[in-house]
Design a protein around this ligand. Structure first.
Ligand SMILES: *Cc1c(COP(=O)(O)O)cnc(C)c1O
Ligand code: SF4
Length: 369
């Protein structure tokens, strides 16, 4: 891929339509264009029949092919484990989102937030995705056909103050179509906040054009949540995309998925979170990888994340620390995992473990005022 990058013009490389149109999407193209061995191509081919495969030339260019454990490769190239490795508790829909879907394309799990699935497509299909079940499937009615009903639902539920556009990836939609969606959400008076969940700044950063930013700016207050999972994804291109969004007045935060063999160690996460802070993307959540069929091989024990967060907490500033969260099975919702550093509390005293590992007892005053 690196070689090929030199053959194409800079203009093409930086054009998101070129990137989207030149995605590698099947085993034949992968065999032709990527340094995969025969066994890897066979695995890719078998797996992609069940779980679609697509990856942009840009994201492929981040792979260091000399590293068999490359974190980018593991996130985007299908392997046999997706078909052959399953744990007893995994599900197609681990969060029971189906149960909280009053109408196609809308998930309403938390009272004040509604999550809208804007499409079933993404620029890159992340192998660990917890919505693998949707990939490439055409839902009936389609999201857009259902849009009037979705707006009606939002109108009828004044407790919803935040709308989250998720997916599939909302930022692969045409700018005018996305604007139509944002505008109609803004017309619902009680919606205060729009949030967009997208991996585009990571996997196809050239999509973040000045034109797109000028449009998004008009629909603030808006937050964008990205998904950087490894420091190798923090490139100049990604930094530029984030900078454009920030300059349009859109704060960026990041949800990382804790992935075995990709980022499940202190150094990887420290580099990632500090790198995000440098490009002014605030680490928001670190998700325990969910019990999703086809991604079980990425799961880590609960202690892995807890131990890493404990160590990070002693070593780096709060602005690079996300909250460690598990989305509980059966749709019980998100649960925070980091234990408290208050060990015990009596009436007038509490015992704490300090960031340097000491145990101290401090007086607790009750304000009589
Ligand atoms: C995670 C999630 C949200 C957003 O939760 P926050 O804690 O506000 O980030 C909203 N809806 C659904 C269905 C979710 O899974
Ligand atoms: S971009 Fe998001 S929805 Fe799409 S495959 Fe990746 S994790 Fe899943």
């Amino acid at each position: 891929m690196k070689a090929r990058r030199n053959d194409i013009s800079k203009g093409e490389w930086l054009n998101w339509r070129w990137q989207f149109g030149h995605r590698i999407k099947d085993a034949q193209a992968a065999a032709r264009q990527l340094p995969l061995n025969t066994a890897e191509v066979a695995e890719l081919s078998a797996t992609a029949r069940r779980y679609p495969f697509a990856v942009t030339p840009y994201y492929l260019s981040l792979i260091d092919w000399s590293n068999p454990a490359d974190p980018i490769k593991r996130q985007c190239i299908p392997t046999q484990k997706e078909l052959t490795f399953t744990l007893p508790d995994s599900e197609e829909d681990p969060l029971c989102e189906g149960h909280y879907t009053p109408l196609a394309g809308l998930i309403h799990r938390y009272e004040d937030r509604a999550l809208l699935l804007t499409s079933s497509r993404c620029a890159v299909y992340c192998r660990h995705c917890n919505r693998k079940r949707f990939w490439g499937k055409v839902t009936r009615p389609s999201f857009l056909q259902n849009w009037p009903n979705i707006l009606h639902y939002l109108q009828e539920h004044p407790q919803i103050r935040e709308v989250i556009l998720s997916g599939g990836d909302p930022l692969i939609l045409r700018t005018d179509l996305l604007e139509y969606l944002l505008k109609s959400v803004r017309e619902v008076k009680h919606i205060e906040i729009i949030r967009i969940g997208t991996r585009v700044p990571v996997v196809m950063p050239m999509r973040i054009t000045e034109n797109l930013c000028r449009m998004l700016e008009r629909y603030r207050p808006m937050w964008i949540n990205t998904q950087f999972n490894h420091a190798q994804e923090i490139t100049q291109e990604a930094a530029r995309a984030c900078d454009r969004l920030l300059k349009a007045g859109i704060p960026l935060s990041n949800q990382t998925v804790l992935l075995k063999g990709i980022n499940d160690n202190l150094n990887a996460l420290k580099e990632l979170f500090q790198g995000l802070q440098r490009i002014m993307v605030r680490p928001y959540y670190l998700f325990q990888c969910e019990a999703v069929k086809g991604a079980d091989h990425f799961r880590t024990p609960l202690e892995t994340g807890i131990n890493i967060m404990e160590q990070l907490w002693c070593r780096t500033g709060g602005l690079c620390l996300p909250e460690l969260v598990a989305d509980l099975p059966k749709g019980y919702g998100k649960a925070r995992l980091l234990p408290s550093h208050m060990l015990s509390k009596a009436e007038n005293r509490a015992e704490f473990r300090t960031f340097e590992g000491k145990t101290v007892s401090c007086p607790i005053y009750t304000n009589p005022c």
